[in-house]
Write a protein that binds this ligand. Structure first.
Ligand SMILES: *Cc1c(COP(=O)(O)O)cnc(C)c1O
Length: 378
């Protein structure tokens, strides 16, 4: 069976973890944590980076930093992972869901302004599959209405919008190192702060509401409880694992992009015949090959394709169910907006296997099984 995902190990993870263990500094914010944070600050120009135990945690920190309170409204795409909404719900926000574009699942910035009310506080663009949302348009709307922008860049490591790294454009951003992402730590995340006003408070929230980081830098002579917060930082063992991955980022990204290009070349003829569509990468965006997906013509066709691939020992998967139709949202909110494009992707999108160790031969097999399916079945 060709799996859908297989976590890739560079070979140095255990070595660095061993180092972390035997230097005796196991809690967070040590040698490897700093190395990882510096890596991101230097490579992408984020003003301040803090490792977190997950992207969900980084998003929760964003919700606290944006001072989201009961009754505030936060605009989130409905076609996304639960965490993009949940982090703000925990602060008491009302979630207002945005629909996707027809050309890809990202939030439709043309329809964004209609969702803004006097209670709106934050917009959360999610860069689906690592492909940029239209950030100029989103930032222009946010600035005009005095709103904060939190980029959910969970899938968007090492991807760009008009040459600018994703995660560097909004006021702050959250990345994920979950084992299903390009760069992994098992579970892990990163908060990137771009607006300097939020830096000091982010460190305090990260360290359980204390000014411990300032104390260790010698800026204050004692530390204590100064704000809200939680234990958002991972242990050095996790950071050590992550650092090994970051060192190999280029080879990981290059291999994934090569797999993506092979899929694209092999399936383009079927897309040209309109059997399905392969979402185009907008001119303003790059592709970090987080995911390769097709959008089928119907729910039935997608189910049949997934089944057919499974019969041929290939695991493909659909993705998000519309959050605006989730049990939680229905129970807690009375907004019953129709989000047509979101529902379309929920019904018709299928993701193909994508991982470093996927061989060219396997990609070739997947392409030919998909050709067979459309020849014989639909
Ligand atoms: C993976 C993912 C998350 C959650 O990341 P965790 O690190 O598992 O918390 C959030 N948002 C999006 C868009 C994701 O793809």
């Amino acid at each position: 069976m060709i799996p859908f995902n297989k976590p890739f190990l560079t070979g140095k993870e255990a070595h660095y973890m061993y180092q972390a263990v035997y230097t005796g500094k196991l809690s967070g914010n040590g040698f490897f944590t700093k190395k990882c944070q510096n890596f991101f600050e230097e490579k992408y120009g984020f003003k301040k980076c803090l490792l977190t135990t997950s992207c969900t945690d980084a998003l929760e920190m964003c919700a606290i930093l944006c001072d989201v309170q009961s009754g505030d409204e936060v605009i989130v795409p409905s076609y996304t992972f639960v965490s993009s909404a949940l982090a703000f719900v925990r602060q008491g926000a009302k979630i207002v869901f945005a629909d996707s574009m027809s050309t890809n699942p990202n939030m439709d910035s043309e329809k964004l302004e209609a969702l803004i009310t006097p209670k709106t506080k934050v917009i959360v663009p999610v860069h689906y599959a690592g492909v940029a949302c239209d950030m100029d348009k989103i930032m222009e709307i946010a600035n005009r209405h005095n709103l904060l922008v939190v980029e959910d860049a969970a899938q968007a490591i090492d991807s760009f919008y008009k040459g600018r790294p994703l995660g560097s454009i909004g006021h702050m951003a959250a990345f994920s190192f979950h084992e299903t992402k390009n760069i992994i730590a098992g579970e892990g995340g990163l908060l990137a702060i771009n607006d300097e006003r939020f830096i000091r408070r982010s460190e305090i929230i990260w360290e359980k509401g204390t000014n411990r980081s300032e104390f260790f830098r010698g800026e204050v002579n004692k530390y204590g409880w100064v704000d809200t917060g939680s234990s958002f930082l991972p242990s050095e063992v996790i950071a050590a694992f992550l650092y090994a991955q970051l060192e190999s980022m280029e080879i990981i990204q290059n291999r994934r992009k090569a797999i993506w290009a092979k899929y694209h070349d092999g399936l383009k003829d079927l897309a040209d015949r309109e059997m399905f569509f392969i979402p185009e990468i907008p001119n303003y965006a790059t592709n970090n090959a987080h995911m390769f997906y097709l959008v089928c013509r119907s729910f039935e066709e997608r189910s049949a394709l997934i089944q057919y691939l499974k019969e041929h020992e290939i695991l493909s998967v659909f993705h998000y169910l519309s959050l605006h139709k989730s049990d939680y949202y229905i129970q807690h909110y009375d907004d019953r907006s129709e989000l047509r494009m979101c529902d379309y992707y929920a019904d018709c999108l299928v993701r193909l296997p994508m991982f470093y160790e996927l061989t060219n031969e396997e990609v070739g097999k997947i392409i030919s099984v998909i050709h067979d399916f459309y020849q014989h079945n639909w």
